[in-house]
Ligand binder design. Structure first.
Ligand code: BES
Ligand code: MN
Ligand code: ZN
Length: 498
């Protein structure tokens, strides 16, 4: 990942000696309408810029990018008009509209040395995030690399607010975008290079660079302490499991937050093996772990007044002579027993160990995230995560997730589903005997392991954490970095409101 350089500018974009000027357009009823501070640009085209753009096909709809040669009317050779979509009832556009338009623009100007954007006059932070994330590329495994992302983006400062406030906004948004990019990098690293031990090493490097406390339990330590879920799932692989803990203690640390993320570095399904078609996408089954590690590093960078601990149970789910079997009974960390009826329901097993361990430290809040069920995708699609947990906190997290543009939707944990997890042999089984509500069943399973009194949320990001189609907005192909921005918003909200 080579992110573009960003700078705030007060100078007039008409005079900027750059490769392109980016301007936002709103989809009006009679064609495109210029958005943000574009008066001087419009004046350079004799007040007819919107009409000119309409003539070459611009409408202002979201994702639209129209290029206009400027023929010397401004210093830059081309003007890029990027659609924001329709304005809201108040005539304005949302942060997410700006984020997406900035992402589309960043992708369209790939290869250019330097551009200036006025999208930042609408929402500075959203423009930064959209720009960095839209420009994201992952080329570590390409021997022939193309032009690469845009080199530098000058962001025209919003008309209101101080320079100091603008700088702080850019700094925070850049840190958030970097955390998302780091998560994408980890998800995009193939499973032959990212396995429990190498993932733990990456986490250690990241923690050290930020001066954070880290503990890595290897298979011996896991056995000694009784992490039966992590060991059971990891048993089939030649690359043994790990449990990573990274702690950040902020200045005047207020609330204690535990972040737990599923870290299956590859999920074949194990003995209950998955079909071949699409199995390669299970390289992304550690997206939750990547997100929580990136988020604790981010918490340190932004100096949240919190104590945040990230827990990443890491294992590779493989079929082999040493693999756990359907029919096995595992004794989980803390002593509960689980009958394994399907080795492909492995995420909940590693997570339960980590959740019980995390609860020993007495967190005020526990947020767990995982690529847990295909049922999430069936229920909510590829772009909306399911949020379950204790009701008030669940609703708070879902709302925060929507506010940052990571669609999050609250889902129930129906009491009657608990009975479907009753086991002939053990305290509970790892799957129900039916396919109904499988996202919720997984949540009900996890609830059994959360300590009494802890406000918790479970974010199932099976669909949203990985994007297999073409890029849109600021979402590129492969790892998306979801739900890092939700986690960051939750931490910021707890820091501000308890
Ligand atoms: N990692 C998968 C869930 C998943 C599916 C993530 C598709 C991303 C895309 C998980 O470990 C799994 O296999 N879940 C099973 C559970 C079932 C056996 C109860 C599923 O959802 O099919
Ligand atoms: Mn699985
Ligand atoms: Zn899995």
């Amino acid at each position: 990942m080579t992110a573009p350089k960003l700078a705030i500018t007060d100078s007039e974009p008409t005079k900027a000696a750059v490769d392109a000027v980016v301007v936002g357009t709103i989809q009006g009823t009679d064609g495109p309408v210029l958005a943000g501070s574009a008066e001087a640009l419009d004046a350079a085209f004799d007040g007819g810029l919107a009409d000119l753009l309409a003539t070459v096909g611009a409408s202002g709809k979201a994702e639209e990018v129209v290029t206009l040669p400027t023929l010397g009317k401004i210093a830059a050779p081309v003007l890029l008009a990027v659609g924001l979509g329709k304005a809201g009832d108040d005539g304005g556009v949302t942060e997410e509209q700006v984020r997406r338009a900035s992402g589309a623009a960043a992708r369209a100007v790939g290869g250019k040395k330097r551009v200036v954007t006025t999208l930042s006059t609408l929402h500075l932070g959203a423009a930064v995030e959209g720009t960095v994330l839209g420009a994201y590329t992952f080329t570590a495994y390409k021997t022939a690399v193309g032009d690469g992302p845009v080199g530098r983006v000058d962001l025209v400062a919003p008309a209101t607010g101080t320079t100091k406030a603008h700088r702080a906004t850019v700094k925070a948004a850049t840190a958030i975008a970097e955390a998302v990019s780091l998560t994408r990098d980890l998800v995009n690293t193939p499973p032959n290079d990212l396995f429990p031990e190498s993932f733990a090493n990456r986490a250690a490097e990241l923690a050290k660079a930020e001066g954070l406390e880290i503990e890595v339990l290897d298979e011996k330590a896991l056995r000694k302490q009784g992490f039966g879920g992590i060991l059971g799932v990891g048993g089939g692989s030649s690359r043994p499991p790990r449990l990573v803990r990274v702690t950040y203690k902020g200045p005047k640390a207020g609330k204690k937050v535990a972040l737990v993320g599923k870290g299956i570095t590859f999920d074949t399904g194990g003995i209950s093996i998955k079909p071949a078609a699409g199995m390669d996408e299970m390289t992304s089954d550690m997206g939750g772990a990547a997100a929580v590690i990136a988020t604790v590093v981010l918490a340190a960078k932004l100096k949240y007044p919190l104590e945040v601990t990230a827990w990443a149970p890491l294992a590779e789910n493989m079929p082999s002579g040493t693999a756990y079997r359907p029919g096995d009974v595992l004794t989980m960390y803390g002593g509960k027993t689980v009958e394994v009826l399907n080795t492909d329901a492995e995420g909940r097993l590693v997570l339960s160990d980590a959740i019980v361990r995390a609860c020993e430290e007495g967190p005020d809040y526990l947020v767990e995230t995982s690529t847990l069920t295909g049922g999430q995708i069936v229920a909510l699609g590829k772009r909306t995560m399911g949020v379950m947990g204790t009701e008030a906190f669940r609703d708070r997290v879902a709302e925060l997730g929507r506010a940052v543009g990571e669609n999050a939707w609250a889902m129930p944990l129906p009491e009657e589903l608990r009975g479907d997890l009753d086991s002939r042999l053990a305290d509970l089984a790892n799957v129900a005997g039916h396919r109904f509500g499988s996202m919720l069943v997984a949540g009900v399973f996890l609830r059994e392991f959360v300590a009494e009194g802890v406000s918790w949320a479970h974010l199932d990001v099976a669909g949203p954490s990985f994007h297999s189609g073409g890029a849109y907005g600021y979402t590129t192909r492969g790892g998306t970095g979801v739900p890092v921005r939700t986690l960051a918003a939750v931490l910021a909200d707890i820091a501000a409101n308890g």
